[in-house]
Design a protein around this ligand. Structure first.
Ligand SMILES: [Fe+2]
Length: 319
């Protein structure tokens, strides 16, 4: 809260450097936990094998949720529930081998169970089919869209929405192209900026615009770039996507803010992102507004099974 008070009390530009320095210190605390969950994956596979009615019913989701909560190591449960909280510093977990059978229903059940355990309340927007992600064959190379084949630049989901989407969950059902999702820490994205520039950016506003993902309309929202939340602490609202239809998804308020943003964009190529394991049974739960995600292009040649080549489940919502 100190940062906001420092600025709102007197709006003194000499404070920008202090604000930038404080913000950088906060971002430095962010970390991702990666873990092989084979011990639990084997139990889930047994549960699945014995399940008589292998459908996607709420009954099965709840049963699996309880099963996972019972068998998950208690310290894991603590970590999952602390994702994105100011006090924890954990901005994401990347779990591997939570299951290994390539089955849509099993992947969906695990995805839903983990999403519920993490406390992510998925929001279904009427204008976006967001839960199941697969490469749409009839779309060609569309960039910055999760169903296109082109690259997806670093971003946080749904900043253009009125309500902040603080949590996302991403589950790999199958991916014969083995294309990882990449994650960028905000501390890395801002590392080329001076404290003064970082302070200026944080105190600026930007307009966030929906893209190809939203059907038949464009949603816009102007917000402060710095997000301050009582439980989740501080983060930056950033989106580097350039939509084929609407252009840059994040528009800065003035020339200086734009220059700073461009500097960050230029530095992206020097940052090594954290990569998910692109195989069946990988589940990532991320603090959407604290760590950015994206991926490289999908290789046509590796997608011989068409839309069935790569199936991911994604939930996004409040926590
Ligand atoms: Fe996304």
């Amino acid at each position: 809260m100190y940062i906001q008070e420092l600025w709102s009390e007197n709006r003194d530009v000499s404070h920008l450097e202090i604000i930038g320095s404080l913000l950088r210190k906060e971002l430095q605390k962010h970390r991702v936990v990666r873990k092989d969950m084979s011990y639990l994956g084997l139990m889930i596979e047994d549960w699945w094998a014995q399940l008589s009615n292998k459908d996607c019913s709420n009954r099965n989701i709840n049963q699996l949720r309880q099963f996972i909560e019972k068998n998950l190591l208690p310290q894991e449960l603590v970590v999952i529930r602390s994702i994105g909280l100011e006090t924890s510093g954990v901005v994401g977990v990347l779990y591997e081998n939570l299951f290994n059978t390539e089955d849509r229903n099993l992947a969906f059940l695990v995805h839903e169970a983990m999403t519920h355990i993490a406390g992510v309340l998925d929001i279904q927007y009427p204008y976006e089919d967001h839960k199941e992600i697969f490469p749409k064959q009839d779309q060609g190379i569309v960039t910055d869209w999760d169903k296109g084949y082109g690259i997806i630049r670093p971003h946080s989901d749904g900043i253009y929405e009125g309500r902040d989407i603080s949590g996302i969950c991403l589950t790999v059902c199958k991916d014969i192209s083995a294309t990882p999702t990449w994650f960028w820490f905000q501390k890395d994205i801002v590392k080329e900026l001076t404290d003064d520039d970082l302070g200026y950016l944080a105190m600026s506003r930007a307009t966030y615009i929906s893209g190809t993902n939203v059907e038949d309309k464009v949603i816009k929202s102007t917000k402060p770039i710095l997000r301050i939340d009582e439980r989740e602490g501080i983060s930056l609202r950033l989106d580097f996507r350039i939509d084929d239809a609407v252009g840059p998804r994040m528009q800065l308020q003035d020339e200086r803010a734009q220059r700073i943003f461009d500097k960050m964009r230029a530095s992206l190529k020097t940052i090594k992102p954290t990569a998910s394991k692109p195989s069946t049974g990988s589940v990532g739960i991320l603090a959407n507004l604290k760590i950015l995600h994206g991926r490289g292009p999908l290789d046509f040649n590796l997608l011989s099974e068409g839309e069935n080549s790569r199936i991911l489940f994604r939930s996004k919502g409040i926590r």
